[in-house]
Design a protein. Structure first.
Length: 269
């Protein structure tokens, strides 16, 4: 019976790189590239790759994918949960739908995928790779993305402990800055700032935050680590790619000190 790797968020820059790298690394497996964008269906299907439109926030959409694979005689061996969205806004002010959408995709989407394909992976003794972010080290003002990834990591630990009982391994990857549209969101943040009680501080954040970025990774660099997590006989629980040393040091500071420096950055133009 043919086995498959599902990659979510496969229409974006990192997702495409993971698909390409997996195509080379796993010639014997079916690579299932999924995304909410209809562009994913333009991938020419063959015996090695299948593009399907899937919404990780809707169980019916995921179940439809599972049924389609089962009708093809395919069982899922691995899932790379890469689907994600990023935005910068005041958590205390923004309407709840914006925050709920981010968590639905970035956090619960991964859980939805694992739950739907758990019967397959119990059979194949498969792998799960969840794409997180180095930002989990230092959640900050106007950055709910970090909070969604913190929640993802906490749920991933629960799943890792549970899945291990079934012979399934789960790894978390924490990339730093990657040359993708998510990074563009930061660089273009000023253009999206509307009316807000925090407008002055949002502008300061948008001006200064890009300057804190050091090295920027290519998507292929992160994709190579995904393959490492999928192929290692003893995969690490966490893989770190291009993490910013300054962020690591800042994360060690007491919260009082972190809050002081954050306030200072936001208040000074």
């Amino acid at each position: 019976m043919k086995q498959a790797i599902i990659i979510t968020g496969a229409a974006g820059g990192l997702g495409k790189a993971i698909v390409d790298t997996c195509l080379s690394a796993f010639p014997e497996l079916l690579i299932v590239a999924t995304d909410i964008s209809p562009d994913i269906e333009s991938i020419p299907d063959n015996d090695h790759i299948l593009g399907m439109k899937v919404d990780v926030t809707h169980e019916d959409s995921i179940i439809a994918l599972r049924k389609a694979l089962e009708e093809m005689g395919v069982r899922v061996w691995a899932i790379v949960n890469n689907a994600g969205v990023s935005d910068f806004f005041p958590v205390s002010e923004k309407e709840k739908d914006a925050l709920e959408k981010m968590f639905a995709i970035n956090t619960f989407g991964a859980v939805n995928m694992v739950r739907a394909f758990l019967p397959h992976m119990m059979e194949t003794k498969g792998r799960v790779v969840n794409i997180s972010s180095e930002s989990v080290r230092l959640p900050a003002a106007f950055h709910p993305y970090a909070a969604s990834k913190i929640a993802l990591e906490a749920l991933s630990v629960s799943m890792r402990n549970e899945l291990g009982l079934q012979g399934i391994k789960l790894s978390i990857i924490r990339p730093g800055a990657i040359n993708t549209m998510l990074l563009d969101d930061l660089y273009n943040m000023k253009e999206r700032i509307g009316e807000s009680i925090y407008k002055e501080y949002l502008l300061n954040f948008a001006t200064k935050a890009p300057g804190e970025i050091r090295k920027i990774s290519k998507p292929a660099d992160v994709a190579a680590v995904v393959v490492k997590a999928l192929t290692s006989s003893k995969p690490k629980r966490y893989y770190r790619v291009n993490n910013n040393p300054k962020l690591r040091v800042a994360a060690l500071l007491p919260h009082r000190v972190r809050d002081y420096f954050m306030k200072k950055m936001l208040e000074s133009s």
